[in-house]
Design a protein around this ligand. Structure first.
Ligand code: NDP
Length: 245
């Protein structure tokens, strides 16, 4: 899949929301989608980082993005509804939704996993994704075709010792993706997941502090699958679990 070459205007006139758009893979996805013509809605919890991504997109002369500062750990139904109303008012529809924001939580044996850590990680990595999807489905239905992309992990496909709440949340993410894909089968909306694989970001560095980041792929290098699944070359894909590497 790394060979995929999108056409230059793949996402022209498309409205795409990216969560965790201020850093790491989400930041790169926002920049890449904007470069392909999309108007990107940058959602994240640190406004300053979102503004930096906004400025980078404007500096490239691309479509003016929107910033939504929202902490998925504390966001409530009213805020999700408010977001949906804002998108409806500004854009009328939503063509793509990349669920990228995640928390790593703490690593260690399941026997000692603090339950409050489990709850926090599940809230951000799973519950918030479901709530956001619920709020945005009516807008995704208004698009001629729409893509929902979930972000998984290799520990969300095969369990691994000490990956605790994070691994549990990523298995649940695959479950949300598959359930939704089955419900949406035959509709204009598709739902798939991506496992980015080891990628040079802050999250990876906190999980593997002794690793040399230079040995890892950069977020820019794993973009082909993100571009493929967001654009219309993937109209026939639904319910599949992809690997970026
Ligand atoms: P980063 O930690 O670099 O970036 C995560 C982004 O999510 C940050 O912008 C962060 O915001 C945002 N975020 C975290 N919590 C919240 C919250 N409560 N509300 C809103 N935004 C939040 O991670 P990566 O870029 O490495 O990871 C991106 C995705 O890829 C994740 O789903 C991760 O699980 C997955 N992944 C990554 C791998 C890797 O090797 N990097 C491997 C496998 C999967 P802020 O900037 O404010 O902290």
């Amino acid at each position: 899949m790394l060979e995929y070459q999108p056409k230059k205007d793949l996402l022209k006139n498309k409205i795409v929301l990216v969560t965790g758009a201020g850093d790491g893979i989400g930041k790169q996805a926002a920049l890449s989608y904007a470069a392909l013509g999309a108007t990107v809605i940058l959602l994240g919890r640190t406004q300053q980082k979102l503004v930096a991504v906004y400025d980078a997109i404007i500096a490239q002369g691309q479509a003016t993005p929107a910033i939504v500062a929202l902490d998925l750990q504390t966001a409530n139904d009213a805020q999700y509804q408010e977001l949906a109303q804002l998108i409806a008012h500004e854009f009328g529809q939503l063509d793509g939704l990349l669920h990228n924001a995640s928390l790593l939580g703490s690593l260690g044996p399941l026997e000692h996993l603090p339950i409050d850590t489990l709850e926090t990680v599940l809230k951000v990595n799973v519950t918030a994704q479901v709530a956001l999807t619920q709020a945005l489905l009516p807008l995704l239905r208004k698009a001629p075709s729409a893509s929902i992309i979930f972000t998984s992990s290799s520990v969300g496909r095969k369990g691994r010792a000490f990956w605790g709440a994070y691994a549990i949340s990523k298995f649940a993410t695959e479950g949300v993706m598959q359930t939704l894909a089955d419900e949406l089968d035959g509709s204009t909306i598709r739902s798939n997941s991506i496992n980015p694989g080891a990628t040079r970001t802050t999250m990876r560095a906190s999980a593997y502090p002794a690793e040399d980041p230079q040995t890892l792929k950069t977020p820019a290098e794993i973009m082909p699958i993100y571009e493929y699944l967001m654009g219309e070359d993937s109209l026939h894909e639904n319910g599949r679990a992809f690997n970026a590497q």
